[in-house]
Design a protein around this ligand. Structure first.
Ligand code: CA
Length: 223
């Protein structure tokens, strides 16, 4: 996932960068509206501070919209209704008011990505594959395709959102099977088994004892 942060406050930008890199995402930052535009063309997500030193965030948003459909989440201290309406009309996908909690921001970002990246989910830049959700398959960097069932696909997507980080059994059950009934979780292990058999050592699903599963962060194993 390639993220562009447009934010003039160094402290805010570096805290956000750290959190997003912790998810295995690639982060680039621009401190002004002018500097941001060359970065957005190959971005998967833009986090946009609306109060920038040179041009208004609304201007950036309109410029971004004129060239791409990349999801934009606005970060702003402006809470009044008129500002929210203006941002939404300019094409932002969601709106988070400052000060925000990191958890709330990430939850909003994930919701926006689920809506907008439904078809193809790019995972960490070095993962070496992407997930074609509609086509129910994984496409490796060398062009190889592996077909998945719908549930295997959702499971891999849930794990690939945070490579290298454990995802709890409860979270996986809730996201993929819409249940937190632990009695059903044998189903989870069966699906992890079939996913491992299909992906081999190219995308390794590791067991985190007592917690759940995680996608190995190192991408495909060199042969
Ligand atoms: Ca600012």
């Amino acid at each position: 996932m390639r993220v562009v942060i447009v934010e003039d406050d160094d402290g805010v930008a570096s805290a956000l960068t750290q959190v997003l890199r912790g998810r295995g995402w690639t982060v680039r930052r621009a401190a002004t509206a002018q500097d941001s535009l060359p970065l957005v063309d190959d971005a998967d997500l833009v986090l946009l501070d609306m109060g920038l030193p040179d041009r208004d965030g609304l201007w950036v948003c309109q410029e971004v919209r004129s060239r791409s459909s990349v999801p934009v989440v606005a970060l702003t201290a402006r809470r009044h209704e008129g500002a929210v309406v203006a941002a939404l009309r300019a094409g932002v996908d969601d709106y988070v008011t400052k000060p925000y909690s990191t958890d709330v921001l990430l939850a909003r970002v994930d919701a926006v990505l689920r809506r907008t990246h439904g078809a193809t989910v790019p995972v960490a830049a070095d993962a070496g594959f992407e997930i074609d959700v509609d086509g129910r398959r994984v496409r490796f960097a060398d062009g190889d395709l592996v077909d998945l069932t719908a549930k295997e696909c959702e499971l891999l997507r849930a794990l690939a959102r945070t490579p290298g980080e454990a995802v709890t059994r409860a979270a996986l059950m809730e996201e993929v099977w819409d249940t937190t009934w632990v009695g059903a979780s044998r189903t989870l292990d069966v699906h992890v088994g079939s996913l491992r058999a299909k992906l081999g050592d190219r995308a390794v699903v590791e067991t985190v004892r007592g917690v759940g599963y995680r996608l190995a962060p190192d991408g495909p194993v060199a042969s």
